[in-house]
Design a protein around this ligand. Structure first.
Ligand code: AMP
Ligand code: ZN
Length: 462
């Protein structure tokens, strides 16, 4: 197998660089995962899909058993506490349910599961260990039940985001707290009230800050220094800057990861996605409801629509772009019989991807095979199928079109559980909860019918 050289745009150096893993035979990659308090929105799908394509490419270039991809699950966070209290459920119930839907969403988007999906709550010991190292080396201090990172103790702070400390202080909405020595110092550990989740620590019962979670989980699964760290562009500052500060100072290493990759932002129909603008859409809604463009969209359509734009460019999420992606997928499906074999993708296609994950150029190569395949060229058909498969596009939804009722077994299970929970709420005369569940199902296009015999049946409105 000839191996095209991989080049990656590195946010640290603001240049496209030749990729050289620390261990030439094994690649280690960490991507910041979701905070599981609510459905993931379509902007969150971008890093999931982008880094999945990179994962597939790395597996192709280095061999599947030589790539370790870690994407965490943040299951301790103040947003989680607030949401659980609001909904009257336990934190564990909320994070379990949100994570379950998240896993279903990413699967529908055609993403491979990462090698490890560590949970923050299972890495508290490592967080405490890092914080202790930071205190011992003079990079952190305990004050008032809190532990803070002492930003001025790290001269290289601001290297990733290229900001000076003075600029950061001037630009930030600095959260002034009496226990802080410096304006930019950030929280590593904070005290928990009785009602809040907490763990015993040398500084009393408390919980971690967000940034320390990623330093601990990447350390636990990839070591003190690794190759690639990814996430959306909004994470550069402060999250990634703070991860670097924590890990480099705790382990005495000059770098945390050698290559920092960031996807550009997604906006919807030309505007920033926001709840107040009414254009906020979750992956779940796109897949299972008629909220966007009045219809449901198969995961592969969402995936192709995402990959038509280079990952560092902003992307405009429009109904028109989804329709175009769907037409294009259908045209590929027409060219391929179910029996077209899948082989190693052609080198010109892999080279395009290896050039900083240039999916638009890779799709141009793929389209040239589709064009040849129209002339009944069997080799071109195999090449087309192999390129699609490398991008995680199986065309399953087109080849299995009109299959059954089109509802996934996971979704059926979700509906069945919701119906049972609603019956229980009604039995307890908890009408607001029963209405909430009915409305939630209605938003998914599921209509409930309460029968005279006390049972409830459901149907999906088309
Ligand atoms: P969050 O839950 O906000 O931490 O986001 C999870 C991931 O999604 C992070 O990598 C974010 O950078 C990324 N992200 C959030 N919003 C968008 C957006 N509108 N477009 C692209 N990426 C986003
Ligand atoms: Zn992170």
């Amino acid at each position: 197998m000839s191996t095209p050289a991989l080049k990656i745009y590195n946010t640290l150096t603001r240049t496209k660089e030749a990729f050289r893993p620390l261990d030439p035979a094994n690649v280690r990659m960490y991507v910041c995962g979701p905070t599981v308090y609510d459905f993931a929105h379509i902007g969150n799908a971008r890093p999931l899909i982008v880094f999945d394509v990179l994962y597939r490419l790395l597996r192709r270039l280095y061999g599947p058993e030589h790539v370790k991809y870690v994407r965490n699950i943040t299951d301790v966070d103040d947003k989680i506490n607030a949401r659980a209290a609001e909904r009257g459920v336990t934190i564990r119930e909320l994070t379990e349910e949100t994570n379950r839907v998240f896993q279903e969403d990413v699967k529908a988007l055609g993403c491979l599961p990462p090698d490890v999906q560590p949970r923050a709550t299972e890495h508290i010991a490592q967080m405490i260990a890092i914080i202790e190292k930071l205190i011992a080396t003079g990079h952190a201090y305990a004050a008032d039940g809190h532990v803070l990172f002492d930003v001025p103790s790290m001269p290289a702070y601001g290297r990733l985001s290229r900001r000076s400390l003075d600029e950061m202080i001037a630009g930030a909405r600095v959260d002034v707290a009496p226990y802080k020595r410096g304006d930019m110092d950030f929280v590593l550990w904070k005290p928990s009230k009785e009602s809040e989740p907490g763990w015993d620590s040398p500084w009393g019962r408390g919980r971690p800050g967000w940034h320390i979670e990623c330093s601990a989980m990447s350390w636990a699964h990839l070591g003190e220094t690794f190759d690639i760290h990814g996430g959306g562009i909004d994470l550069v500052f402060p999250h990634h800057e703070n991860e670097i500060a924590q890990s480099c100072c705790a382990f005495g290493q000059p770098v945390m990861a050698n290559y920092w990759m960031h996807n550009g932002f997604l906006q919807v129909e030309g505007e920033k996605m926001s709840k107040s603008l009414g254009n906020f859409v979750t992956i779940h809604e796109l897949l299972h409801t008629e909220k966007f463009g009045g219809r449901k969209w198969p995961g592969e359509v969402l995936r192709l629509a995402m990959l038509r734009t280079h990952y560092r460019q902003p992307i405009d999420w429009t109904v028109k772009a989804l329709e175009e992606a769907e037409d294009e997928l259908a045209s590929f499906a027409d060219l391929l019989g179910g029996d077209t074999p899948c082989e190693a993708p052609p080198p010109d296609f892999v080279s395009a991807l290896a050039d900083d994950l240039n999916t638009p150029n890779a799709l141009t190569v793929l389209r040239s095979y589709a064009k040849q395949a129209k002339g009944d060229d069997a080799e071109a058909r195999i090449a087309l199928k192999s390129c699609l498969s490398m991008l995680g596009l199986s065309l399953d939804v087109f080849t299995k079109a009109a299959q059954e009722d089109g509802i996934s077994p996971e979704t059926k299970l979700f509906i069945a559980n919701a119906v049972t929970a609603r019956l229980a709420a009604r039995a307890a005369k908890n009408w607001s909860e029963s209405d909430r569940i009915r409305d939630e199902l209605a938003a998914m296009g599921v209509a409930l019918k309460d029968n005279k015999d006390g049972t409830t049946t459901w149907e999906v409105k088309r």
